[in-house]
Design a protein around this ligand. Structure first.
Ligand code: NI
Length: 191
């Protein structure tokens, strides 16, 4: 079982709209297993296929009650507002308070080809929305307000520079307010 490298900000695969899955064949089943393995290893609470370089509408998630796979997902209804400290495995070690709908109704199909219909709220609803964004080629950076986004782009640009661009004793991204010191997910979402 392979653990995939996770694609990060700047990789064009993260900007593409992923294609519908037409046949749930053994390759799709294997992909799902390897994505779950990769999500566990990261660790994260969700992972979408484009994050491992595959442009197909599949994501996996685990909010504590075991890993699950959703194929060709869609949110058919959403309501409320909820602020959550949201992060992304493709934008490592950064997170921001982001407001999105609190409840969503997700539909899709599972690995056996059965219809899925889940009414989710709070964390699970957030994971669903975050992963669906990935399948549509959107990163959480596009969900930030103007100031958050400006600060985020500053950190990401600094990371893209060679280490020699930083004075001695300063690590990449030092001084950024929202940079996680531990790199751990903590209470925020890495997905
Ligand atoms: Ni993500």
């Amino acid at each position: 079982m392979a653990i995939f490298p996770i694609r990060v900000f700047g990789d064009p695969v993260l900007r593409q709209r992923a294609a519908e899955v037409e046949d749930i064949d053994s390759r799709v089943v294997r992909l799902s297993e390897e994505m779950i393995e990769t999500m566990r290893d990261a660790p994260g609470v969700g992972l979408a296929a484009p994050q491992v370089g595959i442009e197909r509408r599949i994501f996996v998630y685990d909010v504590g009650d075991g890993p699950k796979t959703v194929i060709n997902p869609a949110v058919v209804e959403s309501s409320g507002e909820w602020e959550y400290e949201e992060g992304c495995l493709s934008v490592p070690d950064l997170h921001w308070p982001i407001i999105r709908p609190k409840e969503v109704h997700l539909v899709g199909i599972d690995l056996q080809g059965n219809d899925i219909s889940i009414e989710a709220d709070e964390l699970l609803a957030r994971v669903f929305q975050h992963e669906l964004d990935h399948l549509n080629g959107m990163l959480l950076l596009e969900r930030l307000d103007k100031d958050q986004r400006k600060q985020a782009m500053g950190v990401l640009r600094a990371r893209a520079l060679p280490d020699t661009a930083f004075p001695e004793g300063l690590s990449r991204g030092a001084g950024a307010g929202s940079e996680s010191s531990s790199g751990a997910i903590g209470s925020s979402l890495g997905a």
